[in-house]
Design a protein around this ligand. Structure first.
Ligand code: AMP
Length: 190
């Protein structure tokens, strides 16, 4: 299997690129943000809980997120591999993911990170907020809090994967197509 963590701060383009790359590599795309939003829309117990965190731009607690992610993976028994988008976002999530995959004889082949400067990210998110219907994209205070969560809890994962020789940074500035091509060059090696 090819299991890839597509990494980067909010607005880096993870969701867009995962949708473009999943077909090329025959991988299942799991976006934890999308799964939470689906649950919010359907007013499930998980959705009601997640909403209280997401509305503020806070991370949903690890245990809830990890259980949900494992259930999503288990729904795809015949997958040739996964693109994880928005997961892991904390060291505990990364450790849980490694443990979970190893029980299946699997591993993360690489973390591929989209690197984009923060001022460009804020512009992209505010632009997306005009059409995405996402409350967390329209309010600059919430956006700033999401970056704060990213910088304090998520960014450390670069070191976690780099220590295993598994971190691959990609320039995330450019046209969608240019960035897909850069990512594909790395995916090909994993
Ligand atoms: P995203 O769609 O990836 O930007 O995620 C939107 C929001 O969903 C985040 O700001 C968090 O509140 C929540 N979320 C998504 N993935 C995770 C995760 N792995 N851990 C905790 N919260 C998450």
């Amino acid at each position: 299997m090819k299991n890839i963590v597509l990494f980067g701060p909010p607005g880096a383009g993870k969701g867009t690129q995962a949708e473009l790359l999943k077909g090329k590599y025959n991988l299942v795309h799991i976006s934890t943000g999308d799964v939470f939003r689906f649950n919010i829309k359907n007013e499930t117990e998980l959705g009601i809980l997640a909403k209280t965190f997401m509305d503020k731009g806070d991370l949903v607690p690890d245990e809830v997120t990890i259980n949900m992610l494992e259930a999503e993976v288990d729904k795809n028994t015949n997958a040739r591999g996964f693109i994880f988008d928005g997961f892991p976002r904390t060291q505990s999530q990364a450790e849980a993911l490694d443990g979970f995959l190893s029980t299946k004889g699997e591993k993360i082949n690489g973390m591929v990170a989209l690197e984009v400067p923060e001022d460009l990210l804020v512009q992209r998110l505010l632009e997306r907020g005009k059409t995405s219907g996402r409350a967390d994209d329209t309010d600059e205070v919430k956006i700033r809090n999401r970056f704060n969560e990213y910088n304090t809890k998520t960014a450390v994962l670069k070191d976690y994967y780099a220590a295993k020789g598994n971190y691959f940074g990609v320039n995330g500035v450019g046209s969608i197509q240019e960035i897909t091509e850069r990512l594909a060059k790395v995916f090909d090696t994993l």
